[in-house]
Design a protein around this ligand. Structure first.
Ligand SMILES: Cc1cc2nc3c(=O)[nH]c(=O)nc-3n(C[C@H](O)[C@H](O)[C@H](O)COP(=O)(O)O)c2cc1C
Length: 220
C-alpha cells in the first residue's frame, strides 16, 4: 500500500535536490524596534537529575512565580546561544526553527506575541496577545507563556529540498528535549503539544507562511 508518508519518505531520500549552503538563518539579522532584553541565571541541577525529573505535564496552571528571569533562564539554556554556539544541533548549521513566545501572564512583561532571538537573548514584539488556547484539543492546560516552535518550511527546503521537512521536525525535537530538561531543572512545568488545531495555531501568528510544529505551554 502506498501512503502519503511512504511517498514523501521516498521523495525526500538523500541526496537532496539542492546542495546545502553553510550559512546561518537570516534571523540573526532581524532587528526589532521594540525588543525586551532577557537575563538568566545558572542552572544547578545536573543532567541525571534533570533526566529523572523530566515530564510532560498533563495538567498545568498559571504560576505565581513565573517571571522574566525564569523565562530567560529557560530559553537561554534550552534554545539560546553562548558565544555564537547554540544549545542544540541543526542540519547544515541553518537554525531554521523560530521560537515565538506568547505571553499571557508574566511578571514584568506586557502580554503579547514575541519572537525570541538567541543571539541577543531578547524578545522582539510582534503583536498584542491572542488567545491560542483554542488551538489545544485537550483540557486542563493553562499557562503563563506558550512557546511556539515552528518555521517557514521554504527556508530549509531552499537548502535541502524535500528532505528539509524532515530536518525541521528533527531540529524542533532537539529543542523541545532541551526545553523539557531545563524546565525540570528550574521547577517549571511544560508539555510538548504536537496534537493541536493547525488552522488556529497558524493563523494567529503574524509571520508569513509560519507553520507551527510544537506548542509548548509553560506554567506550574
Ligand atoms: C511528538 C510528540 C507530540 C506530543 N503531543 C502531545 C499532546 O498533544 N498533548 C500532550 O498532552 N502530550 C503530548 N506529548 C507528550 C506525551 O504524551 C508524553 O511524552 C508521554 O505521555 C510520556 O510522558 P513523559 O514525557 O512525561 O515521560 C507529545 C510528545 C511528543 C514526543
Amino acid at each position: 500500500m502506498t501512503t502519503y508518508f511512504t511517498t514523501y519518505h521516498k521523495e525526500s531520500n538523500w541526496p537532496p535536490m539542492k546542495k546545502p549552503i553553510n550559512s546561518l538563518h537570516d534571523q540573526e539579522n532581524v532587528h526589532y524596534p521594540n525588543s525586551l532584553d532577557l537575563n538568566y541565571k545558572q542552572v544547578e541541577l545536573d543532567l541525571m537529575g534533570a533526566l529523572k525529573r523530566r515530564e510532560s505535564a498533563k495538567d498545568m496552571q498559571i504560576g505565581e512565580s513565573m517571571d522574566r528571569l525564569k523565562l530567560g533562564t529557560l530559553l537561554k539554556w534550552s534554545i539560546g546561544d553562548m558565544d555564537g554556539k547554540r544549545m542544540f544541533p541543526s542540519a547544515g548549521h541553518l537554525y531554521t526553527i523560530t521560537c515565538l513566545v506568547v505571553v499571557k501572564q508574566l511578571n514584568g512583561v506586557k502580554p503579547g506575541i514575541y519572537e525570541y532571538t538567541p543571539a541577543t537573548h531578547s524578545l522582539g514584539w510582534l503583536c498584542a496577545y491572542q488567545e491560542i488556547d483554542n488551538a489545544f484539543v485537550q483540557d486542563g492546560i493553562d499557562f503563563n507563556v506558550c512557546l511556539v516552535l515552528g518555521t517557514d518550511f521554504k527556508n530549509v527546503s531552499k537548502h535541502y529540498g524535500e528532505r528539509g521537512y524532515r530536518f525541521s521536525l528533527l531540529e524542533a525535537g532537539h529543542m523541545m528535549q532541551n526545553v523539557q530538561l531545563v524546565a525540570a531543572s528550574i521547577n517549571v512545568r511544560v508539555t510538548p503539544i504536537g496534537g493541536f488545531k493547525d488552522k488556529i495555531a497558524n493563523e494567529f501568528i503574524p509571520l508569513m507562511d509560519f507553520k507551527t510544529i510544537y506548542l509548548v505551554p509553560v506554567g506550574e
